[in-house]
Design a protein around this ligand. Sequence first.
Ligand code: PEP
Ligand code: MN
Length: 302
Amino acid sequence: MRGTWHERFAESPDTLKSARSEQTIVPVLDLQIGGAEFITMAGPCSVETEFQLLATANHVRRAGARILRGGAFKPRSSPYSFQGHGLAGLKMLARARSESGLAIVTEVTSETDVPLVAEYADILQIGTRNMENDSLLKAAARSGRPVLLKRGMCATVADLLRSAQLILDHGNPHVILCERGIRTFETSMRNTFDAAAIALLKQVSHLPVIADPSHAAGHRELVPALARIAVASAADGLLVEVHPNPDKAWSDGEQSLDFAGFDAMMRGLEPWLEVRALELERRGLELDRREGRGLHPMEAVG
Ligand code: PEP
Ligand code: MN
């Protein structure tokens, strides 16, 4: 890694790649985030009804998603918008997990809710508005659950890594970084998707990096293209909003894919995932060569 990046990210040394830690793998049920498999997390912005959640869980699982997302505690741009079902929402998520077999990622917005959310969730999501909420980060770290840390909408890559460092410092090595779009002068999209940040994070950090094309774009038509860009930028996975009837969604309907849209996005990713697999294989062989683990010719043919 370039020395200048070491200097730039000097305040988050444990998030950076080193000879000892090239890539962190975050285990979640039977999955590995940061490994060879590209992990898609999908589901509604908010948990609304049992029917909405179960229908979405079953659909996204059949289409290849491995983790179900859904907010029970919703920080909203407007204080008058739906704030989430809280505990009732967590119970619906638990039911969806037992019916679909999908792991659950859900947001926790307050330090005092961490023990409750950690009881139900397989991954705790820290939202963009809370990336620098120290007491929440520390409580999430101490829960022992993997933490999906979203980049603050006005946070630099260094700010994001500093927050990740805080979680590592509080005894939790299982941090997943998430690029979800940042605020710029551009107003035609909800945010500006910073694909370069994904490429940079994958070069400098050993932590898994995922992309949220839904909040980045704000418009569902753009989500498949941003998802492809995420794969090409070397992301380890996606977090995507999907709803059975986006026009009736209680939150973020504009950016949510319907079932057919999700299927099309997943199909469209296939050739890009094949390229990704080849790239991983090439890098694995390179690493073998560097470390003198090359195959002997006889083993290669046998
Ligand atoms: C969400 O994932 O629904 C959410 C609120 O995301 P963000 O924190 O990125 O706005
Ligand atoms: Mn949302």
